[in-house]
Ligand binder design. Sequence first.
Ligand SMILES: [Zn+2]
Length: 166
Amino acid sequence: MMEEYNFCPRCGKPLSIKHLFGAERPYCPHCGYIVFRDPKLAVGALIVDEDRVLLVRRGVIPRKTFWAMPSGFVEYDEQPRPALARELREETGLEAEIGRVLEVYPISDPNKKGVFLLFEARVTGGDMQAGDDAMDVRWFPIDAIPWDEVAFPQLREALSMVERAL
Ligand SMILES: [Zn+2]
């Protein structure tokens, strides 16, 4: 098991490993702190308007310059829908109403184990402008999606779902 921590995040003493709550976990013999590794939670928006889909060009690795749905990680004190509305605002300048969960995927980054929730969303306002870690934002007609430049297999799958539904 690869460890994220060698020292106790609470008291700074070296951690050891102990079988606790059903798994081997880093444990601090000095203060009793147990390090639980929690899955990351990410959210993304599939925004379809008639026959167009909203995509952003990624300005960060992985898959920098590839097109993806607006998405991001949920902060510790956030709930998924407000987190997604925030990410959308940051990346696209748009306000949106976040609807139902369309699909649940594993996060594709092997260094970040977790869950990706894909929501349906609808634009309600704002001025479209790429920002934060998006280099560009654009509406693509479903029949003109740049398939070779789509960032993640999950997105490709979700988009072909839309393509089939039209
Ligand atoms: Zn400690």
